[in-house]
Design a protein around this ligand. Structure first.
Ligand code: NZQ
Ligand code: ZN
Length: 392
């Protein structure tokens, strides 16, 4: 087991009616002027925005609401929102939505605490985040895990590159998580969320680090649960128990807990982010294309580890270690297809027509061939091209 530090202070308020505690939590974390950020309108349609606004008005909490965060959020919008929040003199950012809204809210919160710095410095140039305004979340989709994670991913306009900023400082202070708020999600978004949640733990699980038995057991339980409950949730979005299971797994899967004691892998995320940055495809769907392709390319580096995944999560006991490894990858791919998700570029809806385009993807992924991507099997540009070509 490698040394680790784990700091995940987000207070979770979970269950039916959890949003009734919103005003109380805002006060608890010092919010008096709240900048409420949301997405493209799902919360207007569902009536959630109106309920929250009424709630804040009743509690005499001053707020300003701004909608318009798009999926795969862009840095330029986060900048505009930061200017708006500074103008309003906000002392807390409240994200009502999913990963895209929460990540943008994290950027605004960093901007509020550092009014003299352009937030691009953190997302484009990797400047260290040293301070941030309080962040609250009302979660409406189980997926990215940003409600507890230390990350925020923004697309750098005009580059096709998704830039990530990472710091314990940007973990939200509180997250209101009522599974009923996810009942309005289209099945495709639920499935993408299920895939993302599975991947946040699976990408941490595939490792060369030996030992770490407790972390392995936690990870295996989470993955099995997400697969079982994910099938139920995709088939029936109003199944409260299944939606609760995936919501809670979503937060635990990406707060770091399921990977403690080992290095963080995330190759499929790196490969997938390039597709989302360039073609604006849904994050979870980019992963279901890239993880099987990546796994087939690298499993021979450590077939024992892939076979352990196949055995513990999928119950595969027969065959050689190589056969078991391949069976685990095949079953994962079949699961993605069964819940309606793509496993190649055509099904993802992108036509990568020629070698120049593949090369462009590989250049973004490897910073023009100057850096390797991933940890388990550090991928150079040639590796990345081969993996993209295998799903084209
Ligand atoms: O924008 P609205 O109208 O709200 O619609 C959203 C959006 O179209 C819709 N939606 C959300 N809740 C809904 C709903 N529709 C109906 N009913 C509801 N209750 O769902 C669509 C997707 O929303 P989004 O926030 O983009 O989803 P997700 O949570 O999957 O977030 C994806 C983003 O998070 C990043 C991804 O790269 C992507 O940009 N990630 C963030 C991470 C982090 N911060 O730790 C880690 C992840 O690996 C990921 O990279
Ligand atoms: Zn993800």
């Amino acid at each position: 087991m490698q040394n680790f530090e784990f700091y995940c202070p987000t207070e979770i308020v979970f269950g039916k009616g959890a949003e009734d505690k919103l005003a109380e939590k805002i006060r608890q974390y010092g919010g008096t002027k709240v900048f409420l950020l949301y997405g493209g309108g799902s919360i207007e349609k569902s009536g959630l925005l109106k309920r929250i606004e009424d709630n804040l008005n009743e509690a005499d909490i001053e707020f300003e609401a701004m909608g318009g965060v798009q999926p795969n959020p862009v840095l330029s919008f986060a900048r505009e929102a930061t200017a708006e929040a500074l103008e309003f003199d906000a002392d807390m950012v409240l994200a009502v939505g999913g990963g895209s809204v929460i990540d943008s809210a994290k950027a605004v919160a960093v901007g509020l605490a550092n009014p003299d710095v352009d937030i691009a410095e953190y997302w484009e140039q990797g400047r260290e985040i040293e301070s941030c305004a309080p962040i609250g979340v009302v979660l409406t989709i189980s997926a990215a895990g940003s409600e507890t994670s230390d990350s925020a991913v923004l697309t750098i306009d005009g580059t096709g590159k998704k830039g990530g900023a990472h710091s314990d400082i940007i973990r939200p202070d509180f997250a209101i998580m009522n599974p009923e708020l996810t009942f309005t999600l289209p099945p495709f978004q639920i499935a993408c969320g299920v895939a993302d949640i599975l991947m946040h733990t699976l990408e941490r699980y595939i490792t060369h680090t030996e030992g770490n038995l407790f972390t392995d057991l936690v990870a295996e339980a989470l993955m099995k649960n997400v697969i079982q409950q994910g099938r139920i949730a995709v088939a029936n979005r109003k199944n409260y128990e299944a939606m609760s299971e995936i919501m809670w797994c979503g937060s635990v899967s990406h707060n770091g807990f399921t990977g403690l004691g080992r290095e963080k892998e995330f190759s499929a995320h790196k490969l997938g982010h390039v597709l989302s940055g360039l073609y604006n495809v849904t994050h979870g769907a980019s992963l279901t294309v890239m993880w099987p392709a990546w796994a087939k390319y690298v499993y021979e580096d450590n077939p024992e580890r892939f076979a352990k995944y196949a055995e513990k999560v999928w119950g595969v006991n027969a065959g050689t270690v190589y056969e078991r490894s391949r069976a685990g990858i095949r079953l994962t791919m079949e699961f993605f297809e069964q819940i309606g998700l793509p496993t190649n570029f055509t099904k993802l809806g992108i036509g990568v027509k020629n070698t120049e385009e593949i090369e462009k993807l590989a250049d973004i992924c490897t910073s023009n061939g100057t850096k390797k991507a991933g940890v388990f099997h550090p991928m150079d540009k040639k590796d990345v091209i081969a993996i993209y070509e295998s799903v084209n």
